[in-house]
Design a binder for this molecule. Structure first.
Ligand code: ADP
Length: 590
């Protein structure tokens, strides 16, 4: 995104605060007018004094009557500048802070709705870094825009016509100095912008490495990888520094240039002023005014350069931020989408096709029907497309071909939240928040009473172990559920699904082996949760497959066999081969 577009987008994000923004702009304009009135008044005062001293006798009455209006105007202008300055400082700060939080919330909500594969693409540590750095950058740009940059821009707009009105030769020189200054700065900015992008790229890699390592401390310690991980960090740090130093050199150049610019500009104005004075084309007061102008405008331009510096430093962070914001948040909702209420749970896959890319269909012309209350087991090798097929049911993605119907209605006609309220998902890798057990269960039903929590836990064979935890339902589930065992986590997620009580349930059975007692508890919990609802299971246990009403064998995105366990068992084919090669786990609990 080019510079100006990026800048425009940052300002457009002011959203509801735009009205305050306009008031601030107006206050800035007044402020600029007040600031530039000072050198003009100063010049006039000097001219009055010089006129008086050129007379043989100084008449103090005449002097004061000439000076009083000028000095009064000066006092008024000064007061006005102070008040406007305070207002700008105060409201610019408030605006920037308030809007930072609005944007932060928007980003958070947006990221939470991103399709999973986008979240995977950007590591969650990185998404957090992009959020914090992006909103910080926005905040500092809004702040300096309203405090300095806008004033600098308006200063130029106001000053140039005033300067031409006062003395065109001096005004031309002033304009030339401004153009030279801006040209030099733009050149340096272009150099640093490219360099800074590389720096940010290395920064991101560094943050990702830290987040990844800290998330796997156990792995690092058990494989004694501390030195290697620290070594990689060191290499990444060196890369950041190597890329950063040339950018810093350019900034040193511009700092020196802008410091000497004021002196050079004042000198140039003085020289031309003296020459014009000797030719009788300017008064001393006007020279003083123009020297004041030069000091002011270079000061303002310096601020603008500082601002441009900041924008160039922040640009890569902002680009990353906008990149995430630009990802299509979720599958689109139909404009006239309707609330489905509680569905019965009849599911039809009608020649459904979906591919993550053009090369291959992960789900290929898949058709099947499930009656309300039935259980369907999807079996097949890993990578066959089972998870993808079921993700299409709760619209993580939309099929590219065919349609999925629930109770005879295309699911794209339902509101997304309404559809997802009707579907419970028990993931293979149980996802738990680092909050209390009770809070984790209430994700299924925020209004659930304590009694309902206990009941769901008991049905999911989880009550016993929860009560043995140090603080029972109030115990922390641990970071990503690590303080609980695999079987316990699974039963918690079953209890969570029971609390949600959806008419349709998607179960992704865990493949990892559990001890026989836990295994039996999990199987029992699965059995209970399946009752009275349509259930689609990605099945690994023989017990589940046996009890399913329909078994679908999925290979390469296609259903190659369908029928009851006994039917498929009796037939020669993929399923019986799978059974023979013991592809399906644990006949033990069958
Ligand atoms: P299963 O659940 O049967 O193991 P999946 O539905 O997970 O199979 O995967 C089906 C195919 O789609 C696989 O080839 C897998 O590599 C691919 N796949 C799964 N998820 C993604 C994703 N987010 N992006 C790209 N390809 C994916």
């Amino acid at each position: 995104m080019p510079w100006l577009r990026l800048y425009a987008r940052v300002l457009a994000l002011l959203g509801a605060q735009k009205r305050t923004g306009w008031w601030l702009a107006l206050a800035n304009l007044f402020l600029v007018c007040a600031v530039f009135a000072e050198p003009i008044l100063f010049g006039r005062v000097i001219d009055v004094l010089i006129r008086q001293t050129s007379d043989a006798t100084i008449h103090s009455n005449v002097l004061w009557s000439a000076l009083t209006p000028l000095l009064s105007a000066w006092v008024l202008v000064g007061l006005f500048a102070i008040v406007s300055g305070v207002l700008v400082a105060l409201f610019a700060d408030r605006l920037a802070h308030a809007q930072r939080h609005v944007v932060l919330r928007d980003y958070f909500e947006h990221v939470l709705q991103l399709p999973t594969h986008h979240r995977d693409l950007k590591h969650s540590g990185r998404l957090m870094k992009i959020m914090l750095q992006g909103t910080d950058a926005l905040w500092s740009i809004w702040l300096s825009f309203f405090r300095d940059h806008l004033a600098a821009f308006l200063a130029i707009v106001v000053l140039i016509p005033v300067a031409f009105f006062l003395n065109w030769q001096m005004a031309c020189l002033l304009l030339a100095l401004c153009v030279l200054f801006v040209a030099m700065t733009t050149f340096v900015l272009r150099q640093t912008d490219v360099l800074q992008r590389t720096v940010e790229h290395h920064h991101s890699a560094l943050a990702e490495h830290v987040a990844d390592t800290l998330g796997n401390v156990a792995l690092v310690q058990s494989f004694t990888r501390v030195q290697q991980e620290v070594g990689t960090l060191k290499t990444l740090s060196e890369q950041v520094l190597r890329a950063q130093f040339p950018a810093l050199s350019w900034w040193a150049v511009i700092t020196v240039l802008s410091r000497s610019a004021t002196t050079l500009a004042v000198l140039a104005m003085l020289l031309l002023g003296l020459w014009l004075f000797t030719h009788g084309q300017i008064s001393i007061g006007e020279i003083v005014t123009f020297i004041g102008f030069a000091g002011l405008i270079i000061g303002r331009l310096e601020q603008a350069v500082g601002f441009a510096n900041r924008l160039s430093l922040e640009a890569p962070k902002l680009r990353e931020f906008f990149e995430v914001m630009d990802v299509n948040a979720q599958v689109p909702e139909a404009p006239n989408a309707r609330e489905p209420g509680r569905l019965r749970g009849a599911i039809t896959f009608d020649a459904v096709g979906f591919g993550y890319d053009e090369r291959r269909q992960a789900v290929d012309a898949m058709s099947f029907q499930v009656m309300p209350g039935q259980t369907v087991a999807l079996v097949g090798p890993s990578g066959a497309g089972k998870t993808t097929a079921l993700a299409l049911l709760y619209r993580l993605f939309d099929p590219q071909h065919g349609a999925i119907l629930i109770d005879g209605i295309d699911i794209r006609q339902f509101t997304l939240s309404g559809l997802r309220r009707n579907i419970g998902v028990v993931f293979q890798e149980t996802l738990l928040f680092n909050r209390s057990v009770a809070e984790n269960l209430r994700v299924g039903n925020p209004q659930a009473t304590e009694e309902q929590l206990r009941q769901a836990a008991s049905q999911a064979c989880a009550l016993e172990f929860i009560e043995q935890l140090p603080h029972g339902f109030e115990s922390l589930a641990g970071e990503r559920g690590r303080s609980l065992s695999g079987g316990e986590r699974q039963r918690l997620s079953i209890a969570r699904a029971l609390l949600k009580d959806p008419p349709i349930l998607i179960l992704d059975e865990a493949t990892s082996a559990l001890d026989p007692k836990t295994e039996a508890a999990v199987v029992q919990a699965f059995e209970r949760v399946r009752q009275a609802r349509t259930t689609l299971v990605i099945a690994h246990r023989l017990s589940t497959i046996k009890r399913a009403d329909v078994v679908l064998v999925v290979v390469d995105g296609k259903i190659v066999q369908a029928g009851s366990f006994d039917e498929l068992h009796a037939k020669e084919g993929y399923f019986s081969d799978m059974l023979k090669s013991q592809f399906i786990l644990e006949p033990r609990s069958a």
